[in-house]
Design a binder for this molecule. Structure first.
Ligand code: GLP
Length: 248
């Protein structure tokens, strides 16, 4: 389940190859996408491969995990902006191919219900990419979120607001709430790849390894998924026991 790579670039190489292969063999692949700094080198390498190898991206569809409530799409820290900057624009993925939850809708309950429904109606996610929060969140599903949850509004924990504060000019600007795919939307994906890099992720990765399947550690739900890969670099693997380590 845990594959350990020497550095984030090696993960980007491996994962972008896997994604490129998938898209080539099925040009209508439905991708579940994540944001966060962990994803940046992966998207950068994927964009290079798409451009070099002329991969047809015109029929894929994408669904993003989450969005901050109260940030309009044009806000520099919205996940809409992140995706356009790091992937969609350079990969030639058109607006009609992408779906992100809206953090600015007037009827948030309706937005939640219809977001999960859109994923189902599209045929479900072929592959979902995930990062992990230092408290074990996936998407923005904070500890304690029900494993049965569909898309919902969540109050961000102080831990998450502090972690993500580095992207904002000051801590007060970090939104307090987000809209996120639920855990069930995520685990319904046919295949899942969770990525964690850096020494600041070592503790949560060791906890994830040792943990039972427990709603207090949202990522632990992945242990019961039939097709889960957890890609980590040496720094994030630092606190894993030797027997957990499969070096790639
Ligand atoms: C945010 C996102 C998550 C992401 C996490 C880790 O909270 N909602 O989807 O996994 O950050 O981000 P980073 O990759 O920057 O450590």
């Amino acid at each position: 389940m845990f594959s350990i790579f020497p550095n984030p670039q090696a993960i980007a190489e491996n994962l972008s190859t896997l994604l490129a292969k998938k898209i080539r063999s099925n040009p209508t692949t439905i991708l579940g996408l994540a944001t966060g700094s962990t994803m940046e080198p992966i998207y950068a390498r994927l964009v290079q491969k798409i451009q070099q190898d002329n991969i047809d991206m015109s029929q894929i569809k994408t669904f993003n995990l989450d969005e901050y409530i109260g940030l309009p799409p044009e806000h520099p820290q919205s996940y809409y902006q992140f995706m356009h900057q790091h992937l969609f624009q350079a990969a030639g993925i058109r607006p009609e191919q992408v779906t992100l939850p809206s953090g600015m809708c007037t009827d948030i309950e309706e937005e939640c219900v219809s977001y999960s429904e859109k994923i189902r109606a599209a045929g479900g996610l072929d592959i979902q990419l995930l990062g992990i929060g230092t408290n074990g969140h996936i998407g923005f599903n904070e500890p304690g979120t029900s494993f049965d949850s569909l898309t919902h509004v969540i109050q961000l924990s102080e831990n998450t607001r502090l972690d993500n504060g580095r992207f904002f000019e000051n801590q007060d600007e970090v939104p307090t709430h987000a809209i996120t795919m639920g855990i069930q939307d995520i685990t319904n994906a046919k295949e899942i790849v969770l990525v964690a890099t850096g020494s600041h992720k070592a503790e949560i990765i060791a906890q994830l390894y040792a943990s039972d399947i427990d709603e207090q550690l949202p990522a632990s739900v992945l242990k019961q998924h039939p097709r889960i890969n957890i890609f980590i670099d040496d720094a994030a693997a630092a606190l894993l026991p030797v027997q957990a380590k499969k070096i790639v």
